[in-house]
Design a protein around this ligand. Structure first.
Ligand code: MSP
Length: 643
C-alpha cells in the first residue's frame, strides 16, 4: 500500500468568523497540498473545527446561544470561507462529531491501559482564551496577556513528567521535527526546564466530551482537539485511511500553539504507542497596520472582507509572498494593492497578454515553431531549467516565498528576452518570420512552465493561462513531467484569450477599504454604547465565572477563642477539606453547622482572622445585620459548582 502525504491545518475555534490569520494557515496548507500533488504524491489534507471547551461555552453564553448552535454557525463560516477562497481539503473534522468522540475515548483508554493516567486534584491558574494552564503567580496569561482564573478541581492527569527524556531524545533524533529550527530550540529549552503532569479533564463545566466511565469529567479541550488529527482520518475504525496517512507529514500551526503540538501531542502519541508527526511547520502571526487583531480594536480583517476587496489569487499571493513562513507579517491594504498591481498585474499579467496576443495576431492563434535559434535562446531555456530546480528545492523545504521569488526571476528574465529580441519589430519584416516564430515559441514555453510552477499558489489565474495556451489538462492532472522543457506543442491552437490579473483600481479599492473600516468601527461603537448605557455597573459572565463557589459539607466547627462571632470550620468540598473562618458565630452554633451543606468561595486569597488561617469563605445573605446561610431544597453532590 503506497504511503500518503498527510497534511493538517489546526482545528479552528468556533467563537468567531475566520480572519486573515486563520486564512494564512489554510492558504499555506492548500499551496503545499497542491505542490505535493504536482510532485505526484497521494495527498490527504485535513482541516476542521475545535468546538468544545470553556472558551466556546462562554462565547455561546455571551451571544445568547447554545454551544452547539454557536459551533454550527461558525463551523459553517469556516467551511464557506475555504470554499470561497478555493481551498480544497480532502477531509474535515468537527470535534462535536460522533466519530471524534469515539476516537478521543479510545486514545484515552489506550493511554490509561498503558498506565500514564491517574486521578488527582488540579489547583492553579488557567487562561480561558488560550485554553491553557498557566504557571503560579501569573495574574495575566504569559501568552495572550488576558487575566487568568484560578481553578481547583478533581482531574485526570497525564504523566507528562515521564516524557521529558523521551521527548528530548525524539527531538535529537529528528532535528527537523519543528520548522523553522529556531522554534525547535525554544521547545528543547522548555522541555529541559522540566515537565509537570498535565491535567486532562475538567469537572467545573459541561461543554466537552465525557471521560469514559466517569462522566462527571469532560476532557481538557486540547486533549480532545489534538485527537481531531486522528478522528478526521477514521482512527479506530480499522481504517486503511489511517494506516496510509499516519504519521502526518506536515502539521501546520501558528507559533501560539507550538507547545501543545510539540510537547503534549508527541507525548500523548508516544503514550498510546503511536508515532509523532514528521514535521510541524510553525508560521508567524499577522498584525494589521502594526497592531494585534482584536474585537475591541475593531481591526479584525475577516476573510469575507478580503474577498470583497480582491479575488482569491490576489489574497493567496499576498499572504504567501509577503513573508517567509516562520516570520511575523504586517497586513496593510496599501501593501496588498501594491503587490497585486506590481507583481500580478504588471509583471505576470502583462507578460501573459503580450505573448498570447502576439501569437494570436502573428500566427493566427497557433503555437509557432522553433525555426531559427540565436544566442540567448539556449540561455533562456537553461535559466528556466535551473529555476525549476531551485523552485522545487525551496518548496520541498517549505520555503514557499523563496520558491515564488524564483519564478519571479524567471518572469523578469522572459520580459528581458522579449525586450532584447523585440518580436513586435521582427513582425514588421517578412524575412524575420522564422526568428519571430522561434522567439514566440520560447516565450510561450516559458509562460507555460511559469503557470505550472505558480499553479499551487495562484491556481485560478494559472488555470486560465494554461487554457489560453491551449493546454487541455486540468490543474489536478499536472505533474512534474509537465515541467520538462518542450511541453508546448507547435501548431496547437490557443484557447480564448482573456486578460488575467487586472489591476486593482486604487480609488475603488480604497473606497471599499474605507467602507469596511467604517462598518467595523460602527460595530465597536455600538457595542461600547450598549455596554455603557444598558450595562453600567454590570459585569460580564467572564467576571462572574472568576468566582468559584462550590457546595461543601461542614465536618467540624468550633468557636475561636476571644471572638464572639468567628467560627473555625472544616468543610468537605469534594476534592479536599478546606479550613474556613466564618463570621456567623452569633447566629449559628457549631452544632447547627456540623453535617450541614454550605456554599464556599474556594478561590479567595487565603487570609488570617484572629491568627487563624482561612482558605475560603462561606456564603451567606445578610438579612439586616443577620447572616443567613444558603440552603438547597433538592439533593446536591458535594463539590458541585454554582454558576
Ligand atoms: N483550536 C486551536 C487549535 C487546535 S488544533 C488541534 C486554535 N484555534 S485558533 O482558531 O485560535 O487558531 C487556529 C490557527 O490560526 C492557529 O494556527 C493560529 O496560529 C492561527 N492564527 C490565528 N490568528 C492569527 C494571526 N493573527 N496570524 C496568523 N495566524 C493566526 O488555536
Amino acid at each position: 500500500m503506497s504511503r500518503t502525504f498527510y497534511l493538517t491545518t489546526p482545528l479552528y475555534y468556533v467563537n468567531g468568523v475566520p480572519h486573515v490569520g486563520h486564512a494564512y494557515t489554510s492558504v499555506i496548507a492548500d499551496a503545499i497540498a497542491r505542490y505535493k500533488r504536482l510532485c505526484g504524491l497521494d495527498v490527504v489534507s485535513l482541516t476542521g473545527t475545535d468546538e468544545h471547551g470553556l472558551k466556546i461555552e462562554r462565547a455561546a453564553q455571551e451571544q445568547g446561544m447554545e454551544p452547539q448552535q454557536l459551533a454550527d454557525t461558525y463551523a459553517n463560516s469556516f467551511k464557506q470561507a475555504w470554499e470561497k477562497l478555493g481551498l480544497t481539503f480532502d477531509e474535515s473534522i468537527r470535534t462535536t462529531q460522533k466519530k471524534h468522540h469515539k476516537a478521543v475515548a479510545d486514545i484515552f483508554t489506550t493511554i490509561t491501559n498503558n498506565k500514564f493516567i491517574y486521578l488527582g486534584e488540579y489547583s492553579g491558574l488557567y487562561c480561558v482564551s488560550c485554553e491553557a494552564y498557566v504557571p503560579e503567580g501569573e495574574e495575566n496569561c504569559p501568552d495572550c496577556g488576558r487575566p487568568t482564573e484560578s481553578m481547583a478541581e478533581e482531574s485526570y492527569f497525564f504523566k507528562l513528567s515521564e516524557f521529558q527524556e523521551k521527548l528530548l531524545n525524539f527531538y535529537a533524533e529528528n532535528p527537523n521535527f519543528i520548522i523553522p529550527a529556531s522554534r525547535m530550540n525554544e521547545i528543547v529549552s522548555f522541555v529541559k526546564g522540566g515537565l509537570r503532569d498535565l491535567s486532562i479533564s475538567r469537572t467545573s463545566f459541561r461543554w466537552g466530551i465525557p471521560v469514559p466511565n466517569d462522566s462527571k469529567h469532560i476532557f481538557y479541550v486540547w486533549f480532545d482537539a489534538l485527537t481531531g488529527y486522528f478522528s478526521g482520518i477514521d482512527f479506530g475504525q480499522n481504517s486503511k485511511k489511517f494506516e496510509q496517512c499516519w504519521p502526518a507529514d506536515v502539521q501546520l500551526i501558528g507559533k501560539d500553539i507550538l507547545r501543545f503540538h510539540a510537547v503534549y501531542w508527541p507525548a500523548f502519541l508516544m503514550a498510546a504507542n503511536l508515532e509523532p508527526p514528521r514535521h510541524l511547520l510553525v508560521h508567524g502571526w499577522w498584525t494589521v497596520d502594526g497592531e494585534k487583531m482584536s474585537k475591541s480594536r475593531g481591526n479584525t480583517v475577516t476573510v469575507d472582507e478580503l474577498l470583497d476587496l480582491a479575488q482569491p489569487d490576489y489574497i493567496k499571493y499576498f499572504l504567501l509572498k509577503e513573508i517567509s513562513v516562520g516570520a511575523d507579517g504586517n497586513f496593510s491594504y496599501e501593501l496588498l494593492m501594491t503587490r497585486v498591481n506590481s507583481d500580478l498585474a504588471n509583471d505576470l499579467g502583462n507578460l501573459c497578454n503580450r505573448i498570447l496576443k502576439m501569437i494570436d495576431s502573428y500566427f493566427e492563434g497557433k503555437i509557432p515553431e522553433v525555426l531559427e535559434t540565436k544566442s540567448g535562446d539556449e540561455e533562456l531555456k537553461q535559466f528556466t531549467v535551473e529555476t525549476i530546480d531551485l523552485y522545487r528545492a525551496n518548496f520541498d523545504n517549505l520555503a514557499i516565498n523563496k520558491a515564488i521569488n524564483n519564478v519571479w526571476e524567471l518572469i523578469s528574465t522572459v520580459n528581458k528576452y522579449l525586450v532584447a529580441n523585440e518580436p513586435w519589430k521582427l513582425a514588421e519584416e517578412v524575412s524575420q518570420k522564422d526568428r519571430l516564430s522561434t522567439v514566440l515559441y520560447y516565450s510561450a514555453e516559458c509562460l507555460r512552465i511559469i503557470a505550472v510552477l505558480l499553479a499551487p499558489v495562484i491556481p485560478d489565474g494559472c488555470s486560465s493561462i494554461l487554457k489560453q495556451l491551449g493546454v487541455e489538462k486540468s490543474l489536478d492532472d499536472l505533474r512534474v513531467k509537465d515541467l520538462v522543457w518542450g511541453g508546448t506543442k507547435s501548431a496547437s491552437k490557443l484557447g480564448k484569450i482573456e486578460a488575467v490579473y487586472p489591476r486593482l483600481d486604487p480609488k475603488e479599492f480604497f473606497g471599499r477599504v474605507e467602507k469596511s473600516k467604517q462598518q467595523r468601527q460602527s460595530v465597536v461603537q455600538e457595542k461600547m454604547t450598549n455596554e455603557s448605557s444598558s450595562e453600567e455597573g454590570k459585569i460580564g459572565i467572564e467576571d462572574f465565572s472568576k468566582v468559584e463557589m462550590l457546595v461543601g459539607k461542614v465536618i467540624t466547627a468550633e468557636k475561636i477563642k476571644k471572638s464572639n462571632k468567628l467560627l473555625k470550620v472544616q468543610v468537605d468540598i469534594g476534592a479536599e477539606v478546606r479550613q474556613v473562618v466564618a463570621g456567623i458565630g452569633k447566629e449559628y452554633t457549631p452544632e447547627d453547622l456540623i453535617g450541614r451543606l454550605v456554599v464556599v468561595v474556594t478561590n479567595l486569597k487565603p487570609a488570617k482572622l484572629m491568627g487563624v488561617e482561612s482558605d475560603g469563605m462561606i456564603v451567606a445573605a445578610n438579612d439586616g445585620d443577620k447572616p443567613v446561610l444558603v440552603n438547597f431544597t433538592e439533593p446536591i453532590k458535594i463539590g458541585s459548582r454554582l454558576k
